[in-house]
Write a protein that binds this ligand. Structure first.
Ligand SMILES: NC(=O)c1ccc[n+]([C@@H]2O[C@H](COP(=O)([O-])OP(=O)(O)OC[C@H]3O[C@@H](n4cnc5c(N)ncnc54)[C@H](OP(=O)(O)O)[C@@H]3O)[C@@H](O)[C@H]2O)c1
Length: 280
């Protein structure tokens, strides 16, 4: 059974959650049912993933069938970049709650620290000035109303997080980090990972996930395959000794998702520094 970390709200977040990005139609519902059966108590969703309706149907079934109670699950979702105008934030959560068939979220995140025109696609010419303080006030109201029992962000650099902390009445509970398997290509092909996994008698995925937990992070592996999602939560009752953990930390750190394509002469972000380090 998964362990938990405690958020600044006092709520407990399970240390392993099921990722749902690219868990497609006709597949994601079965993945949710299999994950709950396998012991997952944490599901990471987002409006962007375009699968919240199917996840909602699957969650309703596990609750109705008495497999698990709503209060024993931890459900996260995220506000997409086109819904960041303060007046759109309450509409965004209503839409997500409706699709997920839930009365509240355990965690609601600002998906990216960039805003695009309402109804538009993410593309350089569609960025607009993100008024973070006003948007965060709208997010804080969701926390006040308990529709979101914790609120947070995702993809924030240290600079953007510091700017947010300077104005927040309700400090963010989470800055989500993700793709704990490096979308499997990174993890499966790294000789440090594969050799240590072999020493431990674990798979590369299990070693990478257990390392994340031992760093104090909640990990969100995505799998829509029953045997792999079981493998990805089989992380308890064993641990990585300190000396092997240290070897993992020696691997060169590279930011995998930089969003270089957002930087463009027609974009409000003309350089990668402006994108990630500019004023909010
Ligand atoms: N906040 C954000 O901006 C953001 C961005 C990206 C992701 N996320 C969240 O983080 C979650 C995880 O990230 P991710 O989905 O990008 O990548 P990931 O979890 O690092 O990797 C998922 C890939 O690994 C495969 N896989 C999973 N377990 C495996 C195993 N034990 N052995 C071999 N292959 C395995 C999956 O395929 P199968 O399904 O076929 O097993 C899938 O192709 C997302 O689903 C999403 O919930 C958040």
């Amino acid at each position: 059974m998964a362990t938990y970390f405690t958020l600044n709200t006092g709520a407990r977040i399970p240390s392993v959650g099921l990722g749902t990005y690219k868990a497609g139609p006709g597949v994601v519902g079965d993945a949710i049912a299999a994950a709950v059966k396998a012991g997952y108590r944490h599901i990471d969703c987002a409006r962007l993933y375009n699968n919240e309706k199917e996840i909602g149907v699957a969650l309703k079934k596990v609750f109705d069938d008495g497999v698990i109670k709503r209060e024993d699950m931890f459900i996260t979702s995220k506000i997409w970049c086109s819904d960041l105008a303060p007046e759109d934030v309450p509409l965004a959560i209503e839409s997500t709650l409706n699709d997920l068939q839930l009365a509240y979220l355990d965690l609601y995140l600002i998906h990216w620290p960039f805003q695009i025109k309402k109804g538009s696609e993410i593309s350089p010419e569609n960025f607009v000035q993100f008024d973070m303080p006003k948007t965060w006030q709208a997010v804080e109201k969701l926390y006040d109303s308990s529709k979101a029992r914790a609120v947070g962000v995702s993809n924030f650099t240290t600079k953007k997080l510091a700017d947010l902390l300077a104005i927040a009445r309700v400090p963010p509970a989470v800055n989500q980090a993700y793709a704990p398997l490096g979308r499997m290509k990174v993890v499966a092909n790294n000789p440090v990972v594969t050799s240590i996994a072999e020493i431990l008698g674990k798979t590369p995925a299990q070693f990478a996930l257990r390392w994340g937990i031992q760093q104090g992070q909640s990990v969100l592996p995505k799998s829509a395959n029953e045997s792999r999602l079981k493998e990805n939560i089989d992380l308890f009752g064993w641990s990585i000794p300190d000396e092997l953990c240290a070897k993992f930390s020696e691997i060169e750190q590279v930011k995998q998702i930089r969003n270089d394509s957002f930087v463009h002469p027609q974009s409000m972000y003309k350089t990668i520094e402006e994108l990630w380090e500019g004023e909010i």
